[in-house]
Ligand binder design. Sequence first.
Ligand SMILES: [Zn+2]
Length: 373
Amino acid sequence: MRPSLIVFIDCLPFSYLPERFLPELPGRASVRPGFGYSVNLVAELFAGMTPDELGFLNIFNYNPGNSWLRGWAPALRLLSPLRHAYYLDRAAHRALSRVAGYTGNIPFSYLGAFEPTGSYPFDPSFPHPTLLSSPGFRGTLVLHSRLRNVRPPGRDRVLVERALAAVRPGEGLFLSLPDLDSLVHSTGVGSPEFLARIEDYRAWLGELVAAFRQANPDGYVAVVSDHGAANVRGPYDMRVERHFGRPRPDRYMYFLDATLARFWVPDPGLRSEMAAHLAEERHGALVAEEERSEYGVTSRAFGDLIWVVDEGLGISPSFLGRGTGKGLHGYHPALPSQQAVFLSSEDLPRPSFRTTAVYGELRRAMRQAQVLR
Ligand SMILES: [Zn+2]
């Protein structure tokens, strides 16, 4: 493999890519994400694997027999009444997260049935082959997980400086820039802060690409993102229990992410009743079986029923928190706002890719010993 510079930007939407953004990379395509959050989509980009192949969708899976907190279930049930006292509930979740790991805003009575899941392809614990673990990719990984005591928004700049310092002839370089995502959540897409950060990337990455090409005239360069984003008009309270009654493992269980609602319903009668209700919901759509196959989310571990909220709404309260933020992603992957970015130092064979197909294209380009233009 030839030396390659791969830059990953979390949450760079194709629709906000300025014309003059890295004109030295002539290959430009939009990228249609899958369902779910970055943890899935980054694995789609760099390992080419769908959630079905990975075994996870988002950051919690339903696993009643095997949750990491199942032994705590009786104690957690005692904390359940706190759900009606928001600030006490938040404080108790925070305290528990400190000892047990991230518990989000998952109702205490539910915690014993769900387990945190998912790992990034750049984590040493990621169990599958990836672009970065391929034998030919020798190089440096510049990751925020290795930066202690540097917080957003200054973190991206520090990471770019580290990448600049790591440029060497004959060596690959992978840089992950995480902070645009949190900026989108807190200020929205297209906010002045968002636009300023894209201008920063334009300047910083221009400098990095120039340095890399000087050291590696035959090298390959790509910039990719995992999803776009849309601004939030308002919250949407699903009131699941008001419609379907109290959840119980033998009736139904559910999990609310900010944009997805997932239901596990062992009773076939109740399942078709719930499917009919969700199909009629005016603020979102039930993900059809054909779509579940298309996007590789057929596993029943992800839900017997998966419902996605309409663009511009945020499910609130969700099991991850109460606020929706100003920008969100994870809406239906076909929406123009959700499309991500693929820039390449070579022309790309088509104008749009699936996240899972970016992997193959990157591998092909990295293998080729073609001189950069
Ligand atoms: Zn995000």
